[in-house]
Design a protein around this ligand. Structure first.
Ligand SMILES: Nc1ncnc2c1ncn2[C@@H]1O[C@H](COP(=O)(O)OP(=O)(O)O)[C@@H](O)[C@H]1O
Ligand SMILES: [Mg+2]
Length: 172
């Protein structure tokens, strides 16, 4: 289906523009993910700090026949227009906020795309004038849901991806 005001199609879902300040991630019959769980993980992260995009509300569009996860619209800017010193500061804040989320029992799990998938490696990390933000909690996990052992495994991977992101963000 061709959606009006389509912003971007990521790996799984289509995201459309609703207004200057809001976008909606669409979940249709063939979407292989659960809107309720994604909304809940986003809301959880929002209680910890401002790193993850702000959840607004859930809705259903009769016109599009799609469930909509409505969230704050983020307007990314390009890293390369900013000096390394500024990027280092942004990175440090990002690393601190991500660690806060980890300590609260949230792991994002999708910082870096598997290298065999098309597209930008870190397309869920968006730079704004206010610093780095995270979108797409589709495969994120809460410690309360997956338990200590699995959560620790996920953290190992995420810490490694955070180091890889540093290299990518500061050296291009
Ligand atoms: N809150 C947002 N603000 C601006 N663009 C967004 C937002 N959420 C998603 N997008 C855009 O839509 C794309 C797909 O969204 P995402 O949540 O990453 O879904 P997928 O699971 O398909 O990767 C993103 O890569 C980004 O370009
Ligand atoms: Mg994505």
């Amino acid at each position: 289906m061709n959606y009006p005001r389509r912003l971007s199609s990521g790996a799984n879902n289509t995201v459309i523009v609703l207004s200057d300040t809001e976008v909606a991630k669409l979940f249709t019959g063939d979407t292989r993910s659960d809107i309720g769980s994604e909304a809940e993980k986003m809301r959880f992260a929002n209680t910890v700090n401002d790193l993850v995009v702000k959840f607004v509300r859930l809705d259903y569009s009769d016109e599009l026949q799609a469930e909509m996860l409505i969230m704050e619209r983020i307007r990314p800017i390009d890293y390369r227009a900013y000096e390394i010193e500024r990027r280092e500061l942004w990175y440090d804040v990002f690393a601190d906020e991500l660690t806060q989320l980890h300590q609260a029992g949230f792991v994002h799990r999708d910082l870096k795309r598997p290298s065999d998938l098309d597209g930008l490696a870190f397309d869920n990390i968006l730079l704004t004038e206010q610093g780095l933000r995270l979108i797409d909690v589709g495969i994120s996990a809460l410690k309360t849901q997956v338990g200590e052992r699995i959560f620790e495994k996920y953290l190992d991977v995420e810490r490694d991806e955070l180091i890889k992101f540093r290299d990518y963000f500061l050296n291009r």
